[in-house]
Write a protein that binds this ligand. Structure first.
Ligand code: RTP
Ligand code: MG
Length: 138
């Protein structure tokens, strides 16, 4: 099992001023930052990142939203990183997320849900290298 995951703080949380609180929660939960940057996706890069959802009805909205403002992208390290991080962020729909999770605290809707977390070790590697070269990971 790999010990890394990949996250983005999405445009809604950036605009609402929650980036600092979210990073604080991530660090306090025991994740080490391997790489981190603020950047902005275009419709093309957001579409490529979420290509797995291309056939889903929400794909167009998702691409538009994810390219609507700056994001923070980061690679995180911890034992059991993928699974522990998904527990920390909570369910995709913030209305269904557990108390104290990042989405419960900071997200407004299933479409605009504050954070991304990789869903497997393989995807964590693919997503991390979408944003960061090996030389940017410490
Ligand atoms: P993520 O990939 O962003 O960490 O979220 P997730 O695994 O919890 O959810 P996933 O099924 O991978 O969906 C990716 C993102 O698409 C948006 N979405 N909108 N309107 C909808 O019904 C709907 N369903 C999903 C969300 O932004 C979700 O995080
Ligand atoms: Mg997902």
């Amino acid at each position: 099992m790999s010990n890394r995951t990949f996250t983005m703080i999405k445009p809604d949380a950036m605009k609402n001023g929650h980036a600092g609180a979210i990073l604080d929660k991530i660090i306090k939960a025991g994740f080490r930052i391997v790489a981190l940057k603020q950047t902005k996706l275009t419709a093309e890069t957001a579409g490529a990142f979420y290509a797995v959802h291309k056939e889903r009805p929400f794909y167009g909205e998702l691409v538009e939203f994810m390219s609507s403002g700056v994001i923070i992208a980061a690679i995180l390290e911890k034992d059991n990183a993928v699974s522990d991080f998904r527990t920390l962020i909570g369910a995709t729909d913030p209305a269904k997320a557990d108390e104290g999770t990042i989405r419960k605290l900071y997200a407004a809707s299933v479409g605009e849900n504050a954070v991304h977390g990789s869903d497997s070790d393989d995807n964590a590697k693919i997503e991390g290298s979408f944003f960061f070269s090996g030389l940017e990971q410490y």
